[in-house]
Design a protein around this ligand. Sequence first.
Ligand SMILES: CC(C)(COP(=O)(O)OP(=O)(O)OC[C@H]1O[C@@H](n2cnc3c(N)ncnc32)[C@H](O)[C@@H]1OP(=O)(O)O)[C@@H](O)C(=O)NCCC(=O)NCCS
Length: 166
Amino acid sequence: MILETPRLRLMPLGPEHAVALWNVYSDPLVARYVGGDSLTPDTTREQTERWARTWTDHGYGQSAVILRSTGAFLGRIGLSIWPDWNETELGYALLRSSQGQGLAQEGCRAWIDWAATNLPDDHLIAVINPLNTPSLRLAARLGFTPSRHETVNDIEVTVHRLNLPR
Ligand SMILES: CC(C)(COP(=O)(O)OP(=O)(O)OC[C@H]1O[C@@H](n2cnc3c(N)ncnc32)[C@H](O)[C@@H]1OP(=O)(O)O)[C@@H](O)C(=O)NCCC(=O)NCCS
């Protein structure tokens, strides 16, 4: 399933994007709150394999973010399932050089629109380290509001919630 926005093409993310995604994660400022030191070329490939399975099993997942004007790979935006909470997260990570242009917002809105029509869930979550100011700002712009605190891998995070319009 491909989503298109004025500037972006969002395509199912899989192992074929592992090298390009590692290029995004190899910037410590990008990786800091999405896995940090646990991210390596190998764990990135494993991540892409897991997301490919999510696409196969559910028909949605993380998307490779492609800049339509050049075909460049900018990062990932899309949905991940948290089985323990029975909730679906909207997640995002872009190359630093692609930040500050409203591109994350544009891709996220396409996924929110898709979810509002196609996902059985009545809400999405965003799981954010309270120190991750850019992510907090993006979540707020998208309409997420802080909902509860959780501990994930020994790290305190805030779960933000967006009720999906019906
Ligand atoms: C979180 C992340 C995706 C946010 O990216 P971003 O580019 O700041 O987010 P947006 O798409 O909302 O862009 C907003 C910025 O673009 C600017 N902008 C420029 N042109 C714009 C346009 N046409 N439309 C909207 N905003 C525009 C806005 O003014 C804003 O700038 P500001 O942050 O200085 O106020 C990015 O910081 C990232 O990839 N971080 C690393 C990974 C990560 O931590 N992910 C989240 C884990 S919870």
